[in-house]
Design a protein around this ligand. Structure first.
Ligand SMILES: *Cc1c(COP(=O)(O)O)cnc(C)c1O
Length: 478
């Protein structure tokens, strides 16, 4: 793997519009013409939608239906300016929010208790906070830890970092799911909760939720199931007759679940549901202040002011899709995912599908990439390079090096699965032919294994974040 980074390409990727639009470093003195602004953003939006609309992107875009987006935008615009913190002015928000929670809870066999958040990360971090507060208040835990499988979503690590909670990672089994015996060994008196995923982001696999929940019950602690990705899809996959192990509130011991409406709920970005089995746990995330000069203040979670637009449009997305809409979408998604999974297994022996997936297919090299004699020891980042070259956008993984295709509705169009498997075959042939050469999509991953590599990577990643918050650098004079 190479350590050669192409900074020119990174710059082009971050700031393509420096070539075609004016960069603003200060407010314009006079207002710009609305029509001109609209023309500029319309151009950007249609250019940026193109790849996703052709079905070449893994995950990220879940609905892909522009009529649906247009309808949600209409609903959004009616409440975009409304601050739902002011409930006396906007009782509609109470109806929308309560009904979104109720519909999600009904789907996941819950008790109707939950909150709405801005996304999966906020749902996970909020759950972590509720467990931490509960453990502190009821058990006096002051040095909390959370036990989770290595594949649990990294937002939990972010939240734990913010809230000074120790993260204890359990390894995976050979089937790439949580090793529950290893989790049991990591639990102690300071453990606030256990976590499992349905399904996890990296490999799309469902952890043994029933076993983890039984462990949680045995130890007298709660269990969160991260259903951010699968929460709004797996119930339909189960109804269609595919094998889906129990993972929701039907499992005793599961005490909270996150399910993102902005993924397979087909709502606009910025919405997720966090469900609790009981109101007591939910109370631990609430904040109330009765002695602030600004008045009596109540807030369920992190956000203060919130737009009514997102709540209204999320509610509208659920109603405008309905059971039959979600079932039909899940049917298309599963047919596509199965075609991709089987196509890889039948036609590409150099690759191995990780575990036994449903809607998200992760693949790794069938052999050992570190062994130059192993004919199946492919560099998966070379495979990714060749997929990118053919216009596809997969998600790159590490530990082990792999790629995944999270199948969404835009990918279910006729011919997409077949053409993906064909592209992957070509990409594998490319990786075989170019074995040992540096992969551009693997350049950053290459640092990880070097001495000081992790530190170098951290510096590079922070530098990238800096660059993401700057105006495009001026073009060099020609
Ligand atoms: C997407 C995802 C999250 C995080 O959600 P965001 O909405 O990106 O904050 C958490 N868990 C899983 C399994 C996910 O796929």
């Amino acid at each position: 793997m190479s350590q050669s980074l192409d900074f020119g390409a990174i710059l082009e990727g971050l700031y393509p519009y420096r070539r075609t639009t004016q960069s603003h470093r200060a407010l314009p003195g006079e207002p710009l013409d609305r029509a001109a602004i609209l023309a500029e953003v319309t151009g950007m939006a249609s250019a940026e939608d193109e790849m996703g609309d052709r079905g070449l992107v893994s995950g990220s875009l879940y609905s892909g239906d522009h009529d649906h987006y247009g309808f949600l935008g209409e609903v959004f615009s009616l409440f975009s300016h409304a601050n739902v913190l002011q409930r006396d002015m906007y009782p509609s928000a109470t109806k929308f929010e309560g009904e979104i929670i109720a519909m999600t809870s009904d789907l996941l066999h819950g008790t109707g208790v939950g909150v709405i958040t801005s996304g999966g990360s906020e749902s996970l971090i909020t759950a972590l906070y509720a467990y931490r507060e509960k453990a502190r208040e009821t058990r006096g835990v002051t040095a909390p830890n959370v036990v989770l499988p290595r594949t649990a979503h990294v937002a939990l690590e972010k939240g734990a970092h913010w809230m000074n909670i120790e993260v204890r990672h359990a390894p995976l089994t050979d089937a790439y799911v949580a090793d529950v015996a290893a989790m049991a060994d990591l639990v102690d008196d300071n453990t606030i909760a256990l976590v499992g995923s349905a399904a996890n982001y990296a490999h799309g696999l469902i952890d043994p939720i029933e076993e983890i929940a039984a462990l949680a019950q045995e130890r007298g602690i709660g269990m969160h199931v991260d259903g951010c990705l699968g929460g709004w899809l797996l119930p339909w996959v189960e109804r269609l007759g595919y094998a889906v192990p129990l993972w929701d509130f039907r499992v005793p011991g599961v005490t909270s679940i996150s399910a993102d409406t902005h993924k397979y709920g087909y709502a606009l970005k910025g919405s997720s549901v966090l469900l609790y089995r009981d109101k007591d746990l939910r109370r631990h995330q609430y904040f109330t202040s009765s002695d602030w000069p600004g008045g009596l203040y109540i807030s369920p979670g992190l956000a203060g002011s919130r737009s009514g637009g997102l709540i209204a449009s999320t509610w509208a997305a659920l109603l405008a899709t309905g059971e039959s809409g979600y079932l039909a979408a899940a049917d298309d998604i599963m047919r596509t995912a199965v075609a991709i999974r089987d196509g890889i297994r039948e036609r590409i022996p150099q690759l191995e599908v990780i575990g036994d997936p449903t809607f998200l297919i992760a693949v790794k090299a069938a052999g050992d990439p570190q062994d130059p004699q192993d004919p199946n020891g492919l560099d998966m980042y070379l495979v990714n390079d060749a997929l990118i070259e053919q216009g596809w956008r997969m998600n790159a993984l590490q530990l082990p090096p792999a790629l995944h295709f999270c199948v969404t509705r835009p990918n279910t169009a006729d011919g997409v699965a077949e053409s993906f498997v064909g592209a992957l075959e070509k990409a594998v042939a490319y990786a075989v032919a170019h074995r040992g050469e540096p992969a551009s999509s693997g350049a950053l991953y290459g640092f990880g294994g070097q001495p000081q590599g992790q530190q170098t990577l951290q510096v590079l990643m922070s530098g990238y974040l800096d660059a993401m918050h700057e105006v495009a650098p001026d073009l060099p004079a020609v």
